[in-house]
Design a protein around this ligand. Sequence first.
Ligand code: IVH
Length: 672
Amino acid sequence: MSGQSPLPAARAQELRDQLNYHNHRYYTLDSPEILDSEYDALFRELQGLEQNYPELKRDDSPTRRVGGEILSAFESVDHETPMASLDNAFSYSEMEGFERRVRERGEIEHIEYVIEPKLDGLALNLLYIDGVLVRGATRGDGQTGEDVTSNIRTIPTIPFRLHGDNLPDRLEVRGEVFISIDDFKRLNQSQSVAGEKLFANPRNAAAGSLRQLDSSITAKRPLSFISYGIGIQQGGEKAESYQQLIEQLSSWGIPISTESQVVSGLDGCAEVYADLLSRREVLPYEIDGVVFKVNSFQLQQKLGSTSRAPRWAIAWKFPAEEATTELLSIDLQVGRTGALTPVARLAPVDVGGVTVSNATLHNEDEVQRKDVRVGDTVVVRRAGDVIPEVVRTIPDKRPHYTEIWKMPNSCPVCGSEVLREEDKSVARCSGGLFCPAQRKEAIWHFASRKGLDIEGLGGKLIDQLVDEKIIATAADLFSINSEQLSSLQRMGDKSADNLVGSLSKSRKTTLPRLLFALGIPEVGEATARSIAIHFGDLEPIMQATIDDLQVVDDVGPVVAHNIFTFFRQDHNRKVIESLLRSGVVWETIIPQERLPQPLLGESYVITGTLRNMKRSEAKERLQAMGAKVTGSVSKKTTALICGEDPGSKKVKAETLGIQVLDEEGLQSLLRS
Ligand code: IVH
């Protein structure tokens, strides 16, 4: 070794390759190999090189993902082959009709279909020439779309360069751009904190984000992409079936649906439709139906297309998620930090199979923007596990007596003044822990599943305990006795004993849980975990300065300030002292650098009932060893950990040939 550093051009190429590789592992395979901080260091090194040597800048450089180009308008792009649409089926009998036509026109009895969720986003057409991404366009009218290349370059799952040999010379990759439900919630939360307009739903948020003239705004939006087919393909290996095609796309580095599977005949289609409909609420993204595609390309060709849509595919739509109903009143809900949320009380209405009688109106500005008034007929929407919301009113149905809604000046629960910071959309009750509503919310958060996980302590019981003045803070929970509980309405001796038992069990907790449970503004589960792992114990966190706190990966200036302020408030310190006196304990954590992480890069799913530990504990212990623990089985899952009475996940793991571990297997994995 000469000890000389490599030439800038060679190093830049090395960095580009490494960053593209790790990007793919992180976003598409969900299986990172390096720490975020290591990724950032490589990224900054490349940024530095490109700044010092502008000639080293490349279109496929990962630094291009931060955006920056500002356009005055989008240019039009002609797709190389038109982007068709899909026909819809709204009932079993319409689906039956489709399936019969396929069999009759195709002249075969048994047909294989590939199924995919129908993602509710926007269609995108990507053009790769010699494996390099050169253009991205919206669908437009199917013939001509808008050139959104600089925006789609900021989407981390879209590869700049395809991997593998024998790539096509020219390839159009088609798929859906969308925002996952968790990302959508986070995005709206930060819109709200920044006093910006909220997005009505993930689809609108995705559309608004993709059609930004300033790509650095798009770069900040959590867009995802999943491919469902191709347009033109010149050169390269040609697939013979849809299943082969998506496997090939995946091997080139293009994300495809992890839910995709091959089924046979109408019965197979109906089964997956029912399965996805039942799981609709727990999927990480919104879907509005299931797409069925004839698997064989030869048969697809024989069936052909109409001018609008292929005859070999159909979208079997789910029941609508919007309905209209009457708005009976607007109440205010007081959150843990005093935020006042207007909530619509509605005449109960069925929305996509669920009865809805409450819906959020988000905040004062939203009520005013939509001009929602008591007495209006309103459109209500629910989707995924997003809280139902009032989308708009129907002006023609407005009765003559309605009045414009206004935020009151005092808190409806404690009467304290309502304050609204300048430039913020949130109005807050200024009562702090004097306000019983805030106290109840704080206790509920403390006891919640991600907090101290106190089984049997629900919202109604907390209401009673606070109203009867048995408790005032979370710390008081641990001095409640069975007699006090039995004196409450609707509380039998057995439930009282059970609750005392679960309170005593919850005393033994973990530092991340405790930190989350304290309810520091904007410290969620993941942030609490990062802080706990970084500092190891509560005392150093309480002593930490704002600068110390910002060293933690997840922690920016706002969160650091919230944590610092929280621990300097007398009433919070008192609650902590009282928790310690009541015997709340946790193990100190060995800082991460010193901990072996033997399961780094591995991904597990846990299902069924475990006999010897809670699933949440198993999850935490696997995470502490570096593993990822996810909610659904995919090809990327290392193993499924299977307790008693497993559901469909076990079948799926077996179908995909993924290792299944029983509880003993889990124990030995944890011992490893
Ligand atoms: S296939 C020729 N597959 O639905 C077939 N589309 O209503 C073209 N969509 O424009 C589309 N998920 O934006 C297909 N798995 C999926 C899909 C899907 C969502 C969207 C797509 C399309 C629209 C048609």
